[in-house]
Design a binder for this molecule. Sequence first.
Ligand code: PMP
Length: 368
Amino acid sequence: MSGRVYNFSAGPACLPRPVLEQAQKDIGEIFDSGMSVLELSHRGKEFDRITAETFEACHAVTKIPDDYTVFWMQGGATSQCYLVPANFLAHDRTADYFQTGKWAKDSIKEAPLYGKCHICASGEDTNYSTIPTGNAVSYSDNPVYVHFTANNTIMGTEFHADPSPPDGSFLVCDASSNIFSKPIDITKYGLIYAGAQKNLGPAGITLVIARKDLIAEPVRDLPTMMQFRKHAEKEGRFNTPPTFGVYLMGRVFRWITEQGGLEAMAQRNQARANILYTFLDSQDFYIPHATPESRSNMNITFRCPTPELDKAFITGATERGLRELKGHRSIGGMRASMYNAFPTEGAEALVSYMKEFARQHASAAASS
Ligand code: PMP
């Protein structure tokens, strides 16, 4: 294999090395079965074992109370944008949404297909550099649920305290880009979903954790594939699941526990993000996007003084094996995504390159 690079991709993202090495072996043959993990029938005994191990490993990562259920689905986190209102939002009821970036807006687009959608807070006036809190949040009367995006992958902002939904409503959380990056109290949510391709595994599988009573009966007639309860009842095997995704997610859950669990993840993630934020705060060449109180520990967004310098920065970074740092086209600049499996040395290597680049280009920037 050629040398590994530091992969700052926002997702699919870098995975734990030991998990990939085990997967390599299991792609050859798993459980002395004479079959590759990729060849297993999803109804066979080997895959029964994998499914059981993945559930068990998920429960080991965090306490999932008895009145909650865990399952997985396909269609990405994007499918949850319509599945959530389809299952929960009757046409004469309202759901509240935090508009904190592109992924939140994607959910806001789908909700009115099913019921009323109220934007309870928006970060639009600051180009989504801030998470609205306090008086900036105004809930509707009696919403069914309040939807929020726990970490805004593109903008580089994160909720550091969850919203408090009005009595009688429940929280729906898109945790795609920060799930299991820190301890989580499942009882605070009605439903949590997360596309796996950042903190949990490969693309193609979405983890869902839901309160059982909420998904027992959808509010309208729905095609079977759209009903949360069917996927929950069949433990993620209503139809053929993405079997490799189920396998790998289970191995990533185990890896999290072996590393010391969510407390250890949180400490490492915070320390790693601090390496970049401390540097950004100490200089005036790079311009950070997120305001300090809303900064994400997963995706760190910044830009150079000019778009030309952004381009040169990316080219130089790629030459040094610092890959996938280009920011999302909606905000430009750079984005360093550093999920659970990202090595701390990668953050150090990036800061050292940033220092060098700033030294070389400071005078050009000053005269531009
Ligand atoms: N929500 C968030 C927070 C995301 O970061 C993403 C993908 N980057 C999505 C939703 C959409 O996920 P998918 O591409 O799996 O549909």
